[in-house]
Ligand binder design. Structure first.
Ligand code: PLP
Length: 410
């Protein structure tokens, strides 16, 4: 997508607007597949939470991707997009036994991450094969909010609880058909990944009926020019070797599963917002845009970096701007960034806006959630309309209320 394409999208659909490049999604999907091309049975399950627009799910499914889901609603979206139940895995955390049972009835593979539910589920449904999410006790991930495999994390069953886990499996007679881990997002060092994989292999040896090993995700994508990213090709080479050795030892070919979110969609997304106001204070020049952390929360929530370009004046002289939103709290997208000179009305393009961007958007300050557009075969396709005032009121009930009479006091 060129700057001209993006400007045309902003003109046609207004701002703010999310734009996703289908070609980039396909490129990333194939890159991952190629890195593991030696694996006989590789399954890529796209992590729906990253970007759950149904057209994106349909597109990924057309590339051959299955889906990784964390709620029954994500499962239903994947089914609605035409994904076969067998190609969906459900990895919830802290959900009720009832929800898990409903998902089983939809024919989807379940992944259980705590002993209490495992025991209850196994006692009631010993005939349903279950995947186990282990916690390998590895501290990995770009920041504390996205590090989920460490000892204090609420995710997964501790590897130190393996004897208890095995006792539950034996007592209930249930079948464990998969072992899963996901240690965090934005993992830089493939050695960390490989170390966690060794723990997964070790755990897997305890189960006789495995069909797959799910290595989760956490691949780091670049956020700036020349930024470091997970070396997927090197990981492919090293993990393939170890996986093959494990299968040989185990005595059977297993399926290798990944469930990437960011890797597939982060760089494919741009977020376009219009500059409403330039405000010069004694120390800072603010560029205030027609959006805020209600639409893109990652900078405020994770301190994440999104490159910002002025696509209306890309060749302008570079100046320093703090790019801020219109929300009634500190709402900073970027502090003192070098951006080509901005005039009110210009369109700014935020990079890495494909993952955890629209999917974390809200109506805070009673703003509408933005439009989403898929750039596919050289053309813009509307995949979600901007919300309207009616959407804000939908599901709200107006009750007849009378203010209580207030007695006058002296
Ligand atoms: C269980 C699980 N799998 C996969 C993912 C996707 O991770 P990423 O977007 O870093 O690829 C997540 C992210 O939160 C997750 O919790």
């Amino acid at each position: 997508m060129t700057n001209q394409d993006l400007l045309a999208v902003a003109r046609e659909f207004g701002s703010p607007v999310y734009v996703y490049d289908a070609e980039k999604i396909a490129f990333q999907y194939n890159r991952l597949k190629n890195a593991f091309s030696e694996i006989k049975d590789l399954r890529i399950h796209y992590a729906v939470k990253a970007l759950s627009n149904i057209s994106i799910l349909k597109y990924l499914n057309s590339l051959g991707s299955g889906m990784d889901t964390v709620s029954i609603q994500e499962v239903r979206l994947a089914l609605e997009a035409g994904v076969a139940p067998k190609d969906i895995i459900y990895t919830p955390n802290g959900v009720s036994l009832e929800e898990i049972e409903q998902v089983v009835r939809l024919g989807v593979q379940i992944n259980i991450d705590n002993l209490s539910i495992l025991e209850q589920f196994g006692a009631k449904h010993p005939e349903v094969p279950v995947c186990i999410r282990i916690n390998p006790h590895i501290l990995a991930g770009g920041n504390s909010k996205i590090s989920v495999g460490h000892v204090d994390s609420k995710f997964g069953i501790s590897i130190h609880q393996m004897p208890l886990l095995l006792r539950i499996v034996e007592n209930t007679g249930m079948t464990i058909n998969g072992i899963h881990m996901h240690t965090g997002s934005d993992i830089l060092d493939i050695e960390v990944f490989l170390r966690a994989s060794e723990i997964l292999f070790d755990s897997a040896k305890n189960f006789k009926n495995l069909e797959f090993l799910d290595f989760g995700s956490g691949f780091k994508v670049p956020y700036r020019e020349n930024d470091i990213e997970t070396d997927i090709e090197e990981l492919g080479e090293k993990l393939t070797q170890r996986f093959e050795n494990f299968c040989e030892e185990y005595g059977r070919e297993l399926t290798l599963v990944f469930e990437p979110g960011k890797f597939l969609v982060s760089e494919a997304g741009k977020f376009l917002a219009k500059v409403n106001v330039i405000k010069q204070t004694t120390s800072t020049v603010f560029a205030g845009v027609d959006s805020g952390f209600n639409h893109l929360i990652r900078p405020m929530f994770y301190g994440s970096h999104h490159d910002i370009k002025n696509i209306s004046n890309p060749d302008g002289k570079f100046r320093f701007y703090s790019v801020v939103g219109y929300i009634c709290e500190t709402d900073t997208f970027a502090n003192n960034r070098r951006i080509a000179e901005i005039t009110e009305g210009d369109i700014l393009a935020f990079s890495n806006a494909g993952a955890y961007s629209f999917s974390m958007a809200s109506n805070f300050n009673s703003r509408y959630r933005p439009t989403e557009v898929l750039w596919y075969n050289g053309k813009a396709h509307l995949i979600r309309e901007r919300e309207t005032f009616e959407d804000l009121l939908r599901h709200q009930k107006i009750v007849d209320l009378e203010a209580p009479a207030i007695k006058a006091t002296k």
